[in-house]
Design a protein around this ligand. Structure first.
Ligand code: B12
Length: 332
């Protein structure tokens, strides 16, 4: 029987990365590998659950950004060790693993690439920041039979769309995944993906299964694009954030300041992406999450409502943008 990670080991690992104990966290992972725990089990039973808690602890303000970054960095170290312990597969078509341009969660891609490799599927992992142009240039000579495209932040969905388009244009099918595609992958279809998987294990099953296509046709066009409203909001990013910040009228103090500034930047991006996808749920789900983050920092939701009113005033000339702002305002 394969050895699985237990609750105690999960708690210990979280504790170690949470107190930045690199040596002990590395030796825990090394020990588990030596005991014969599979790479896949370590990824799905230890690293991924720990990263989720790390994120939640940042969101609730329990951990500082620095503590969250350090813990995540150590989790990346574990992924590297697991990858190094997996034999290099051969003979199967290669999968190019990457994340949507605009999304910096490259660790999720490296977790997927490592798991695929453990299943005997060879991968080329592209770093975050790789865009559609670079993907278009490298794909034809890569020997890739598929692209596995991750997206953690819905704000990067336009980047995902551009990457799907170039891959499908050269006949390479694209499997997508990650929370940025929404609950049950609701935005996977609109970006033109050939498939969506809820987790890395099922991604591997799909890619190795008989139903995964060997070629792809070009992605269907999005009827409502190009979209002037989406471009208009994007162009006003800086003035909108400035107006929102002053409307929030929260006393200047760290760390709330940067949380709000970063949050409002993401709010503008989420609004623009709602227009891009023609689905205001992107903006509404972001607003629910951000309200929660602010509440944990004792900032009332009325402050965010005030920022959204300021956005609406600045965007009076973009009628499609005011509807999601008004809807979000009703639950703030
Ligand atoms: C580490 C981390 C970062 C690091 C990333 C470093 C790196 N090298 O990756 C840094 C510091 C850069 C970062 C930045 C930000 N982050 Co961050 N981050 C995280 C954290 C803690 C871990 C991410 C991770 O690797 N998860 C592990 C993966 C494997 O889990 P998963 O995404 O659920 O993936 C599973 C499936 O979705 C699927 N899957 C994933 N990818 C793919 C791909 C394919 C092709 C397939 C088929 C399947 C698949 O398989 C996985 C498991 O089986 C998460 C917490 C969390 N819950 O994940 C927050 C989190 C994702 N971040 C968050 C936020 C808000 C941000 C920032 C906006 C913060 C800021 N104010 O600047 C920025 C955004 C930057 C950007 N534009 O991308 C939020 C997102 C909230 C939301 N609802 O939008 C989270 C959820 C934290 C939280 N609890 O609030 N982050």
């Amino acid at each position: 029987m394969t050895r699985v990670i237990d609750e105690e080991e999960r708690a210990l690992y979280l504790e170690l990365i949470g107190r930045a104990d690199e040596i002990a966290s590395v030796s825990l992972v090394r020990g588990l590998l030596a005991e014969g725990v599979s790479g896949e089990e370590l990824l799905t039973g230890l690293v991924v659950p720990a990263l989720r808690v790390v994120g939640d602890r940042w969101a609730t303000g329990e951990w500082t950004v620095a503590r969250e970054h350090t813990a995540s960095h150590l989790a990346g170290h574990a992924v590297r060790m697991i990858a190094d312990a997996s034999p290099r597969p051969s003979g199967r078509p290669r999968v190019v693993v990457c994340c949507a341009r605009g999304d910096w969660h490259g660790l999720a891609s490296s977790i997927l690439a490592t798991l695929l490799r453990g299943r005997g599927i060879d991968t080329t992992l592209l770093p975050p920041g790789t865009g559609a142009g670079e993907l278009a240039r490298m794909l034809p000579d890569s020997g890739a039979g598929a692209v596995a495209l991750g997206c953690t932040m819905s704000t990067a969905l336009p980047g995902a769309r551009a990457m799907v388009e170039v891959a499908r244009r050269v006949g390479v099918p694209v499997l997508v995944g990650g929370p940025g595609f929404g609950v049950d992958g609701r935005w996977a279809g609109i970006v033109g993906a050939n498939g969506w998987a809820p987790d890395a294990t099922r991604a591997a099953d799909l890619l190795a299964g008989p139903d995964w296509p060997v070629t792809a046709t070009p992605a269907p066009r999005l009827r409502h694009l190009p979209d002037a409203a989406h471009d208009g909001v994007g162009l006003l990013r800086a003035p909108l954030v400035a107006a929102g910040l002053s409307a929030m009228a929260v006393p200047e103090r760290e760390p709330c300041d940067s949380t709000m500034r970063d949050g409002l930047l993401t709010a503008v991006d989420a609004l623009a992406v709602s227009l891009f996808l023609d689905d205001e749920e992107v903006f509404l789900s972001f607003t629910r999450w951000f309200t929660d983050v602010l509440t944990h920092r004792n900032i009332p939701s009325s402050s965010l409502a005030a920022a959204y009113k300021a956005f609406a005033t600045h965007l009076a000339h973009v009628p499609r943008a005011t509807h999601p702002l008004t809807t979000a305002g009703t639950f703030l």
